[in-house]
Design a protein around this ligand. Structure first.
Ligand SMILES: NC(=O)C1=CN([C@@H]2O[C@H](COP(=O)(O)OP(=O)(O)OC[C@H]3O[C@@H](n4cnc5c(N)ncnc54)[C@H](O)[C@@H]3O)[C@@H](O)[C@H]2O)C=CC1
Ligand SMILES: O=C([O-])C1=[NH+]CCC1
Length: 284
């Protein structure tokens, strides 16, 4: 999955038509529509993703996603599939690509802020690239941080503050539903890499504006970041590059500096993942 997302990030400027997420507000929460056509991958698909943060307290999934895949030749419906697992895996795969380029290759300490689905998939994906000796987890409740820490094993520790979790970290992942900054520049080690994955609305933030402005800022899509990311819009931080531009060698990876990868998710990541699922089904 990680190597596939690589390719997609490189190609996405050249041959993919997609919309940044169109989100419809339902009372307090949202239904996102994410359509995409990739000529290179010969895939036409759309994801529908409802995100209801308050479901967490009701024991329901906070994201409910469905993917529809169409035949690009005639528009007929080829498949309807679950989009939750794909969302978890492709988001973490995109962060893993960014981290491979932007983090210190000798990174040993990982901090995860939030302890839900994305926390788990990010730990899994990043562990394929780095041998972490320490994984520090902070979440809204110590109980959920402890549960994830037990799942990970002896390298993991539940922390009682964000500061405690991140102060020694080489790589930080923020995967919360916070609408206000939770990660502050004063706690972050110079040279650390941050994957900022939550705060997917123009008026939501997870990252302190000083950290956004004081880091080299990478995004998955410039267009998406300028439209959807409160962390980018409200801080007025300057986007240095899309990760795809780093992968294809047109922009530099400043892995010795403090870097932030602001992820919002791109429809093409879902479309190509759905194509992978269909290809796998055909061979089984
Ligand atoms: N960039 C992308 O492509 C994607 C981003 N996301 C975003 O990632 C974030 C996490 O998603 P999931 O893991 O699926 O959600 P989840 O509901 O499974 O987990 C969220 C976790 O964050 C914790 N949390 C919530 N508010 C917090 C706060 N203020 N401080 C600390 N912890 C807090 C919760 O207790 C929970 O452990 C959400 O913001 C979601 O919208 C999700 C999918 C794709
Ligand atoms: O890309 C995605 O699926 C999402 N981004 C933020 C919420 C869901």
């Amino acid at each position: 999955m990680i190597s596939y997302i690589y390719m997609i990030l490189i190609y996405h400027n050249d041959c993919i038509k997609y919309l940044t997420t169109v989100a419809i507000k339902i009372n307090l929460w949202f239904l996102g529509v994410m359509p995409c056509f990739s000529a290179h991958e010969h895939v036409l698909a759309t994801k529908l993703v409802a995100f209801y943060p308050t479901n967490y307290d009701k024991g329901l999934p906070t994201h409910m996603a469905t993917l529809m895949v169409f035949d690009p030749e005639n528009g007929s419906l080829k498949a309807i599939m679950d989009g939750e697992v794909i969302t978890n895996l492709r988001t973490a795969a995109a962060s893993a690509v960014a981290t491979k380029y932007l983090a210190n290759p000798k990174s040993q300490v990982l901090a995860i802020i939030g302890a839900g689905h994305q926390a788990r998939s990010h730990h899994q994906a990043l562990s394929t690239l780095f041998n972490f000796t320490e994984v520090n987890i902070y979440s809204r409740t110590l109980e959920s941080a402890e549960k994830l820490s037990q799942e990970i094993g002896s390298t993991a520790k539940a922390c009682s503050s964000v500061e405690e979790a991140v102060k020694r970290a080489d790589i930080i992942v923020t995967v919360t539903f916070s609408k206000v900054p939770v990660l502050f520049a004063k706690w972050v080690k110079p040279g650390a890499h941050v994957n900022a994955v939550g705060a997917c609305r123009p008026d939501w933030q997870e990252i302190d504006p000083d950290l956004m402005r004081g880091s080299v800022l990478y995004v998955d899509s410039r267009e998406g970041a300028m439209k959807e990311s409160g962390d980018v819009i409200l801080s007025k931080a300057e986007v240095y590059a899309e990760v795809g531009e780093v992968v294809n060698g047109t922009k530099e990876a400043f892995c010795e500096k403090t870097t932030v990868f602001k992820s919002l998710g791109m429809a093409v990541e879902d479309a190509v993942s759905a194509n992978l699922v269909l290809a796998k089904l055909r061979t089984t």
